[in-house]
Write a protein that binds this ligand. Structure first.
Ligand code: MSP
Length: 747
């Protein structure tokens, strides 16, 4: 049997999913259902990427351990995916892959060992130890190039990630490197000999020119002390595997690669059966999938994927990528509450020209749902079946017109035989299939809607309500309604992978037995609907939505949600992702009072980033961090010890003077009494939020053993602490409710 393995990216389990994540999963689900109809044995993977700093941070904000946090997110994500028919129970994914699975640890470590034991095409070791320094954006989970950053506002400050509009961290440490630079020729040869490997062409060209421009080696580990929530590097417990290296391997460990335990659990060798697969991704993670991953596979001597297929991004109306961090992505709970989930699935596949970016808001979905579904498909089904009930007592009428009635039919504008309609349906079906094969889903659906228009026209030209008045035109009426109903049957088969639930509902309303998923669209033959059978009860498929009313409800709901997020952000002890259906970044977390660049920059410019990284790190299969054991390694939370904590000296300080720093919008310059012989000069980036005069006399918490550094020509001898609130990270100074002496230590 032909097999088809399709994957989505595994989503970061730091926050709840949004429409962007839903999209790739819907596309995967659509393709697998379509391929199954076409007779393929299919396997569909989606899942979560559960390691790294970002997840550690999100879990700390939510007051959970990383493991508790990822379990919570996975639970919510599965519920949301189920609402869209994407889970196993509804015929969706076969495996929900999680990188915290024991078998994945085993497989990922085996992969590392295999790559480490082999040489690059240029005869050098694949993995070596070096030193890495770069700007790392935790929400992106990647290192950034200069072009992906907005330069720091102040000298020595932190640049901002252009996507998240937040400061990035300078990360510098000993690291293992993957010698990607030795793979340029091998990759170019591969792209050349496999023209379908990267789709669409624009992305293929992008990848080729990137590789031609030369590749840098990739940092693939972090020190355990900086990222502990990750897979340990085999043989070196002080290092953890950098999450992109860990995450990409999931596509094969899920199938049992590298783990006897997983193969036993699966009961068969799915890797032999299904690999190589097709990776569906957003274009934001193209480089990792089309450059790093194939090079990794070459390094470990594993066959490369069949294809990497990249779609465009959903943008908000201002053209920014929809993301959780920016809070501008459409929220799944809102979609679930206000739309039929099949309407959302249809919208996603119809609206976006696959490969290109697309703007979206709730209103566009409402409009499409009303026009294409309520007035289009839904109306065709209900008017046709209602007429079959009304004029034929619910019995499917005969398709043919006898010789004697041909002229009459012609007079009513109805062709004597249905062959013209049948062949135009075949044509549309072929267009549909071809477009799906070409990933042009929007065109496939456009074609299907051509069928709807055709059937609508058939009805409005023939005017069954007029034909029904004349006994002589009974056969014409019968033929018209049969043709409309048979067209609907074809539509139910074509649209099954798009809207499984509605297509089944149409099937039942047509009085058919079996399931549209069992029909191969290419084998549809005119006349499959049996005359004389009974149609079922008519039920509205897609009720029309009152746009103004629904939009008002949605807006109110979102405003309330934002308010409650802001409230939980304002009281850190209650800040929790559990309380929020959306924006994980809205939580409050203790942070430096925006003293820029206090991370200790050595002054060196950051190295070229690795292939875009991700967050980092976590647990150990066994004490040695090697020997991939089949027994489940318990993930270890990323705690710091008391020894780590006491390294940070925090003291109570009293602000004696406060003034703005000339030519800086952000910085305030304080002198602060820490109970020492001399007050200290400390700078803080809170000028946009606080009037300096009002802070004089305020007691604040100060990190007093931070290495002094210069900002705008002033030396800052410490750091004032503040909570960072809401999306824009508004600082709220940490202060004391009771009287405390200057210099008292915070413990
Ligand atoms: N964990 C990595 C992927 C590792 S795969 C081995 C990751 N996760 S993610 O949560 O950030 O998800 C990225 C994917 O989500 C994108 O590639 C895309 O499939 C989907 N989308 C997230 N936001 C999106 C839009 N605004 N628009 C369309 N899809 C995007 O990267």
């Amino acid at each position: 049997m032909k097999t088809f393995y399709v994957t989505t990216p595994i989503y970061y389990a730091n926050s709840l999913p949004h429409m962007g994540h839903l999209y790739t999963t819907v596309v995967g689900d659509f393709l697998r259902r379509y391929k199954r109809q076409r007779g393929f044995e299919t396997y569909f993977l989606t899942g979560t990427d559960e390691h790294g700093t970002n997840i550690e941070r999100a879990s700390a904000r939510a007051g959970r351990t990383p493991k508790e946090h990822v379990d919570y997110i996975v639970g919510e994500l599965k519920k949301m995916f189920a609402a869209f028919g994407l889970d196993t129970e509804h015929g969706g994914y076969d495996v929900f892959m999680r990188t915290t699975e024991a078998f994945h640890y085993e497989g990922a470590q085996e992969f590392w060992r295999r790559a480490a034991a082999r040489q690059t095409p240029k005869g050098r070791e694949n993995i070596y130890k070096g030193f890495y320094e770069g700007w790392f954006c935790a929400p992106c989970g990647t290192f950034k190039t200069e072009s992906e950053l907005q330069p720091a506002a102040e000298e020595g400050g932190q640049p901002l990630c252009l996507i998240h509009e937040r400061p990035v961290d300078l990360v510098s440490e000993e690291s293992y490197f993957f010698r990607l630079s030795d793979y340029d020729e091998a990759l170019l040869e591969y792209y050349e000999s496999h023209p379908d490997f990267v789709f669409p062409d624009a992305r293929r060209n992008e990848v080729i020119s990137l590789v031609r421009g030369g590749l840098e080696d990739v940092s693939i580990s972090r020190q355990k002390s900086s990222v502990s929530w990750a897979i340990p590097v085999p043989g070196d417990p002080n290092h953890t595997v950098y999450i992109w290296f860990d995450a990409l391997i999931n596509y094969i460990t899920a199938l049992g690669w590298g783990s006897e335990a997983r193969r036993a659990e699966l009961g068969e060798d799915l890797f032999a059966k299904f690999w190589p697969g097709v990776h569906l991704i957003g274009k934001d993670i193209l480089r990792q999938h089309a450059v790093l991953w194939p090079a990794m596979l070459l390094a470990a001597d594993v066959e490369l994927p069949r294809a990497v297929v990249a779609h465009g991004l959903w943008l908000d109306q201002t053209g920014r990528k929809g993301s959780k961090t920016l809070g501008n992505a459409l929220e799944l709970p809102v979609l679930i509450r206000h739309f039929k989930t099949d309407a959302v699935r249809y919208f996603l596949l119809r609206e976006m020209s696959f490969g290109q970016d697309c703007k979206v808001d709730y209103e566009v979905i409402l409009e499409r749902s009303n026009s294409d579904l309520a007035s289009g498909l839904g109306n065709l089904v209900s008017r046709t079946l209602t007429m079959i009930h009304k004029y034929f007592d619910g019995v499917v009428p005969a398709p043919d017109i006898s010789e004697a009635r041909l002229l009459l039919a012609k007079r009513a504008g109805v062709d004597s035989d249905a062959m013209e309609l049948a062949s135009s349906l075949e044509l549309v079906r072929d267009q549909f299939v071809q477009n799906v094969e070409d990933y042009a889903f929007h065109r496939a659906l456009e074609a299907a809607w051509g069928m709807i228009a055709r059937a609508d026209k058939l009805i409005s030209d023939a005017k069954p309500w007029e034909l029904a008045r004349s006994e002589e035109q009974r056969e014409t009426l019968s033929a018209v309604l049969y043709r409309a109903a048979e067209t609907i049957r074809w539509l139910a088969v074509l649209l099954y992978p798009v809207m499984p639930e509605s297509s089944r509902a149409i099937w039942t309303q047509l009085g058919l037995t079996g399931d549209p998923q069992e029909f191969d669209p290419t084998e549809l033959k005119w006349g499959g609907l049996r005359a004389g059978g009974r149609v079922g009860a008519v039920a509205p498929l897609f009720p029309r939505t009152d746009k103004a009313k629904t939009m008002a409800e949605i807006e109110k709901e979102i405003a309330q949600r934002k308010e409650s997020d802001a409230a939980s952000a304002a009281s850190p002890s209650t800040a929790s992702t559990a309380s929020s259906s959306s924006n994980e970044s809205a939580g409050a977390h203790a942070t430096q009072a925006a003293v820029p660049g206090s991370q200790t920059a050595s002054g060196t410019s950051p190295a070229q980033p690795p292939m875009q990284g991700a967050t980092e790190a976590q647990p150990a299969p066994n004490a040695q961090g090697q020997g991939a054991s089949a027994s489940a390694p318990e993930p270890v939370a990323s705690y710091i010890t008391i020894d780590d904590f006491v390294k940070v000296e925090m003291r109570v300080g009293e602000i004696l003077t406060a003034e703005r720093v000339p030519k800086s919008d952000k910085l305030l310059r304080f002198t602060i009494d820490l109970g020492e012989a001399q007050p200290r000069q400390i700078l803080a980036g809170i000028a946009e939020y606080y009037e300096p005069e009002k802070l004089i006399g305020r007691k604040v918490a100060v990190v007093s053993n931070l290495k002094p550094r210069k900002l705008r020509g002033f030396e800052s001898q410490g750091m004032v602490l503040a909570a960072s609130v809401g999306e824009e990270g508004r600082p709220v100074l940490a202060t004391f409710a009771e009287e405390v002496p200057n210099g008292a230590r915070l413990k």
